[in-house]
Design a protein around this ligand. Structure first.
Ligand code: ADP
Ligand code: MG
Ligand code: MG
Length: 915
């Protein structure tokens, strides 16, 4: 048992003073920490207290019970609220009402639950009505409370969407009976009846009476928040965003302020600047005469702060803008806020650093530097621009001509709010589960998830879709928020859409679309088109790769360029690319690659597969040599192209690596019945002999078979030819006046002897070629480290090898004993059950594979102090892995061309965070 007396579990805020502050997110959760902080800096926050995340941990460690002292601490904190607000909880004349809200260290929008208006019962509601002079308001609050309490605490929320929600059902019926469109139009009498009906529904479903005692209500709500930490959608969310289950949530209890009190009351959400593209200026959504959740839920169409609040409530509008500036100055970042206006006075209920798209992240970080709020180093903070999000700037936009044509053809259907930039087209899909199922059947499927609104249950379906389109909701709706975070193209609030889930149709005016019909959405402008509109590369790509766009005209490109300058100033890790052709190489250079970390020669071989097959079928050295001689000129000219494109940057060429049956196997013979005949003719053998030879190549575990340097060792002619082709190309290009730095890399080495065998062949050819051509080229011979033995024996191998490159794909396969081609069958299960923290083929398994890498680095540099070490597996473009590579002292990472900017940013972030 923990002795709890010394621990502080409850933190009060109110009256300009707070026990906690923004730095205490771990204990207070984000919401609680920032409520405390806003209180301290003098912003208007209703008084309240936060129960720390430590209590959540305690709760789960101790069979869902609380520390002993908690009741007293809560009672004391409650008294402070009563004092600050001049009202008393449960009082029959001047009742204080409370909200009870969850809040983890990192925001998990909509994942956990909130209960408003706690403290109402048949007695206190009368007091509230009397005191406010507004009976309708008092009963509206009461009916909301009973409904929320029923949903959240008494677990009456319907999980299956097809099931009827008893509360919603009764509410709809009442609105119909009174002939009103919105619940704000219901009469006090109607609301009174509703409360009765709600309570009856609760009794019927749960068998229990609704709790009347305010303190019971409060503790019920506190318990529900702690329990919601472990609900299914919260767990799914945490898994997706890598939030540890151990963190726990805090609970915030706070005095209520009322946006549903009158026509000069409102509740709303806002952003201190746009988080879709990053444009400056406060913006938000609000509803007059409404309470909290209405705005986010998309029940009524919201109004936009920047458009109409100025006319509706000028003072509140000015105050909000002022508060926005104060917050940005204080937090030095864009804030996402929740507020309520009660009789014209603005109250702050939440602030947090806003989620944003990659576009907005870059623009905002760069703008904040230019506005003098932060310095460039701070702009690189991964919290501001997660390196992966840079990817979004490279996402497609609509081809302007195709879009103009679609417009001219009258295919523009409607316009909503642009919530997630990018452009995409796809088949209409109405249900998240369907989207997920279709995606699982075909990962390339192009889907647009079309919904009235989205909710946390739709997360996985949203992930599966290319774009999201909703009829309701504003720029801060669930759909908008989540899409921004996922980097999905998204349009919300396309109110002209009429979506009929039952019929499976979406209509606009007189046009109706079915599930599976194609539409296109432009997340920059909010436009929805009929059919598919062709996309084209992003503005950044246009300038960087296609040299087409005007750099001066593209705001996106300008910010990108400014950011990347800072990136290169700060990073110490070099970034190379994995490229096999001059085109790819040129692209990568435009993205900032500083060399080639991996050229896979077999990719070139696939263009000359006849000659390869001749080589494979050869049974004598002479015949093999003849076939290989035919390959030499092709390889040489490929390498020449690569060296030219790289203009003096280092180029690592890996010698032949894959098992030969990738070029010729029984499968090839089956798929092409004429092939055996052709090969027989080509080689002068019989078809039978061809079949036998191909059978002989079969391996039962090819990944661990005759591949890598094992090929070159058994067939030294291959190595010799490749080394010659590389060096002839190098000498030829050097002669043209272009500097060359070939680095010849031996794959799959485990024994020093393997390396030496191949090195000898390579050096002999290199010396011969240089003598023949009279050119002197500086070249290196090194090796991949991709089997555990190589890592463990790195000190031996480095006595020969002049550089190392970690081949982390194979190293992961061989260290974990998990085949990359077969792990699809269980990795999903492993992830969902938290057996592994990440997909080890995406993010380096730091302890295992990473441990081997550390051994490799240490061993290698113990024999050769200045050993150049890089990584060329897929992991080279994964930000977390890049950070790891930086930390163990690699010289470079190498990744595919499109990931080069991401790796550069990740490298800078690693350097900056190390201080
Ligand atoms: P979430 O984390 O899902 O945003 P919150 O705890 O922030 O949930 O609550 C949602 C909304 O409920 C708030 O934005 C606010 O409008 C309303 N709300 C919460 N507490 C209060 C309060 N004390 N007074 C008035 N409204 C409140
Ligand atoms: Mg909130
Ligand atoms: Mg390999």
């Amino acid at each position: 048992m923990t002795t709890a007396t010394a621990t502080k579990y409850v933190f009060s805020f109110g009256d300009g003073k707070a026990d906690g502050g923004a730095t205490m997110k771990n204990e207070l959760g984000g919401k609680g920490a920032n409520l405390a902080e806003m209180t301290s800096i003098g912003l208007p926050v209703p008084a309240g207290f936060t129960i720390s995340t430590g209590v959540c941990t305690y709760y789960y460690d101790n069979g869902e019970t609380y520390p002993e002292q908690l009741r007293d601490d809560v009672a004391a904190a409650l008294e402070k609220i009563e004092k600050a607000m001049g009202a008393k909880f449960g009082c029959t004349e001047n009742p204080l009402l409370l909200s009870c809200r969850s809040g983890a260290r990192e925001s998990m929008p909509g994942m956990m639950d909130t209960v408003l208006n706690i403290g109402l019962n048949d007695t206190t509601v009368a007091a509230l009505a009397k005191k406010s002079g507004n009976e309708q308001f008092a009963w509206d609050s009461y009916r909301r409370f009973v409904q929320m309490y029923g949903d959240v605490v008494l677990e009456m929320k319907t999980l299956d969407k097809k099931e009827i929600d008893p509360f919603e059902h009764l509410l709809e019926a009442k609105k119909e009976a009174e002939g009103v469109e919105f619940d704000s139009g219901l009469s006090a009498a109607g609301l009174k009846e509703l409360v009765k009906e709600f309570k009856a529904a609760i009794k019927e479903r749960t068998g229990n009476d609704f709790p009347d005692e305010p303190l019971d209500q409060l503790w019920g709500a506190i318990g529900a928040v702690f329990s919601s930490w472990m609900n299914d959608r919260a767990m799914v969310y945490r898994r997706q965003y890598g939030i540890p289950h151990e963190w726990g949530t805090a609970v915030n209890v706070q005095a209520m302020v009322f946006g549903n009190l009158s026509e000069d009351s409102a509740s709303g959400v806002g952003l201190t600047r746009d988080c879709s593209l990053g444009d400056p200026g406060f913006r938000g959504d609000y509803l007059i005469n409404a309470q909290g959740e209405d705005v986010v839920a998309g029940i009524r169409s919201t109004k936009r702060v920047e458009e109409s609040l100025h006319d509706d409530m000028p003072e509140a509008f000015d105050r909000l803008n002022e508060i926005g500036k104060i917050l940005e100055k204080h937090y030095k970042d864009v804030q996402d806020i929740e507020f309520t206006v009660q009789h014209g006075k603005v109250w702050m209920l939440q602030t947090r650093n806003a989620k944003r798209t990659g576009f907005a992240a870059v623009r905002i970080a760069v703008d904040l530097v230019n506005e003098g709020l932060i310095d460039p180093k701070e702009a690189l903070n991964p919290r501001r621009i997660p390196a992966d999000d840079l990817n979004q700037l490279l996402q497609p936009i609509f081809d302007p001509d195709a879009k103009a044509a679609a417009d001219a053809e009258g295919r523009l259907l409607t316009k909503g709010i642009n919530a997630g930039p990018g452009a995409t087209y796809g088949k209409i899909c109405f249900h998240a589960e369907d989207a997920e199922a279709q995606y699982n059947a075909d990962n390339d499927v192009q889907l647009i998830l079309v919904r009235r609104e989205t909710s946390p249950e739709d997360l996985r379906g949203m992930q599966a879709a290319k774009g999201i389109l909703t009829a309701f909701g504003g720029a801060s709706s669930h759909a908008a928020l989540v899409s921004r975070q996922m980097g999905k193209v998204c349009i919300v609030g396309a109110t002209e859409l009429d979506i009929d889930y039952q019929a499976g149709t979406m209509s606009v005016g007189d046009k109706t679309f079915n599930e599976g019909d194609y539409i296109s959405i432009d997340g920059f402008t909010g436009e929805v088109f009929e059919g598919s509109v062709t996309t084209k590369p992003s503005e950044v790509l246009d300038v960087v790769i296609h040299k087409a766009g005007d750099p001066e005209k593209s705001e996106t490109y300008k910010r990108y360029a400014q950011l990347m300058e800072w990136v290169d100033e700060h990073r110490t890790l070099n970034v190379r690319t994995n490229a096999d052709s001059p085109d790819q190489a040129a692209e990568a250079i435009a993205f900032g690659a500083e060399g080639i970390g991996l050229c896979r020669t077999e990719h070139m071989f696939f263009h000359h597969v006849d000659e390869i097959r001749e080589m494979i079928l050869a049974e004598t050295k002479e015949v093999r040599q003849k076939a290989i001689d035919k390959l030499l000129p092709y390889q040489r000219s490929d390498f020449e192209g690569l060296f030219r494109a790289m203009e003096g940057r280092p180029v690592t060429v890996r010698l032949l690596d894959p098992p030969l049956h990738e070029f010729l196997s029984e499968r090839h013979l089956e798929e092409d019945p004429a092939l055996a005949g052709q090969l027989a003719k080509m080689t002068g053998k019989s078809e039978d002999e061809i079949h036998r030879r191909v059978e002989g190549l079969h391996e039962s575990n090819p990944m661990l078979g005759h591949r890598g340097c094992r090929l070159g060792i058994v067939y030294p002619e291959i190595t010799a030819m490749q080394a010659r082709a590389i060096m002839e190309a190098a000498c030829a290009v050097k002669k043209e006046g272009i500097d060359v730095h070939p680095e010849i890399m031996i794959p799959l080495v485990g024994f020093l002897a393997e390396f030496k065998d191949q090195e000898k062949i390579v050096r002999a050819q290199a010396e011969a070629v240089m003598a023949e051509t009279g050119q002197k080229v500086e070249y290196l011979v090194g090796t991949m480290i991709e089997v555990p033995r190589a890592a463990v024996c790195a000190d031996q191998i480095a006595t020969g090898a002049e550089f190392f490159s970690f081949g982390t794909n194979d190293l992961t396969q061989t260290a974990l004993g998990i085949s990359r081609d077969d792990y699809g069958g269980f990795i999903g299960y492993y992830r969902e059950h938290d057996i592994v923290p990440n997909d080890p083929f995406q993010t380096i398994d730091f302890d295992g594979v990473g441990g081997l890498m550390k051994i490799g680095v240490e061993g290698g540099r113990s024999s050769r102090k200045d050993l150049k070490i890089g990584i060329c597996g897929e992991h080279g473009g994964d930000p977390a892995s890049v950070k790891f590579c930086h930390s163990i002292g690699l010289n470079y990472v190498s990744c595919s061309p499109f990931r080069v900017p991401i790796a550069r940013l990740a490298a800078a972030q690693a350097a900056v965070s190390q201080g």
